[in-house]
Design a binder for this molecule. Structure first.
Ligand code: MG
Length: 340
């Protein structure tokens, strides 16, 4: 198996802001794995919130390359080895995991969704995210995203009610809300009570992680479903959220890739929870990998590539928000160095 990786720096069209910060530059990495003349591609889109950045990803990939198995079909063994070598660093691991899946599916001649036994017709409609900005700008961004039937509004400022009011005044589309840990549990209950009149499908991560009782308090006192994002990284985290949330947001860059994401989907289902698939700011490599799993989820928020000024890759397409999965073997991603 030949391993190579290179930095990938992405820029968003506009500065992208959530409740804890803003940026327009996102550094990650691309991994290529080549075996018997076939090349798989994967992406790491690290988040500083989970302790990673472009430098850590490149350093960790330099260590983990020795653990990539010679037989790409040995996924279970590969993940064992990666976990034993180094804890955490999920985005770096996701790059290897995604490249292994791409490689295996190309070898089998199957698109990734078929490898998972999923139908592309059941792929979901993704939301489009409206980042925090001046109210008029957020309203304008909502109008400009008219192609998307679902909007996800980032909240967590003292203007949230005005923001929702302004956006609701120009659209009757489905609105979801993401507070990115901005509130205390008591605040969350008050804020949600003021926002629910705008017709909200659910609220994502109202409070800081590490407080399942706080989430349970919010859920019991809010009339809108609560989805955990920052509170759940891998399948291990799900059990302690039983009864505390209605569903979980799975991201390849939090959990370490597709292998763990599938485990999380099954775990959540077994516990009666809804499944959302989310993303970081990513190129079409990472987004397409997650999109192939979307037929197995309830909600998709896979718009990280749509926020980019320029995406060096192409893969999943979006038509009126609906994810159109590529039918070529593997991820079906095209771009520099992605050919077999
Ligand atoms: Mg979120």
């Amino acid at each position: 198996m030949r391993f190579s990786c290179e930095p990938l720096t992405l820029r968003t069209r506009h500065v992208f802001a959530i409740s804890r910060g803003a940026s327009d530059t996102f550094g990650g990495a691309i991994v290529h794995l080549e075996h018997d003349g076939i090349t798989g591609i994967g992406e790491a889109a690290p988040s500083p919130f989970y302790g990673e950045n472009q430098s850590t990803v490149l350093a960790v990939l330099g260590v983990l390359k020795q653990d990539v198995p010679d037989d790409p079909f040995l996924m279970d063994e590969a993940h064992d080895r990666l976990e034993k070598r180094i804890r955490g660093n999920p985005a770096a691991k996701a790059a290897i995991d995604i490249a292994l899946h791409d490689l295996v599916c190309k070898r089998l001649g199957l698109p990734l969704y078929r490898f998972f036994g999923l139908s592309p017709e059941r792929a979901l409609t993704t939301s489009f995210t409206i980042g925090i900005d001046e109210i008029d700008v957020m309203k304008q961004n909502a109008v400009e995203a008219s192609e998307f039937p679902i909007l996800k509004i980032k909240v967590g400022t003292d203007r949230d009610e005005f923001v929702l009011d302004a956006i609701r005044s120009v659209t009757n589309r489905t609105l979801r809300v993401d507070a990115n840990c901005a509130w205390t549990a008591r605040e969350a209950v008050q804020k949600i009570a003021r926002l629910e009149k705008f017709g909200i499908e659910f609220v994502e991560q109202p409070i800081a992680p590490g407080d399942p009782d706080g989430l349970r308090f919010v859920r019991e006192n809010a009339s809108v479903p609560i989805i955990a994002d920052e509170s759940v990284k891998t399948s291990i985290d799900i059990e302690r959220l039983i009864g505390a949330v209605d569903g979980i947001n799975i991201k390849l860059m939090k959990c370490g890739g597709l292998y763990e994401a599938v485990k999380m989907i099954h775990t959540a289902r077994a516990l009666g929870m809804k499944v959302m698939l989310g993303c970081m700011v990513e190129s079409s490599v990472g987004i397409t990998a997650a999109a192939h799993l979307s037929p197995a989820a309830d909600y998709a928020d896979l718009d990280g590539n749509l926020l980019l000024a320029e995406d060096p890759f192409s893969g999943v397409k979006v038509k009126q928000g609906k994810l159109l999965l590529p039918s070529e073997p593997g991820l079906g991603v095209k771009g520099p160095g992605s050919q077999r």
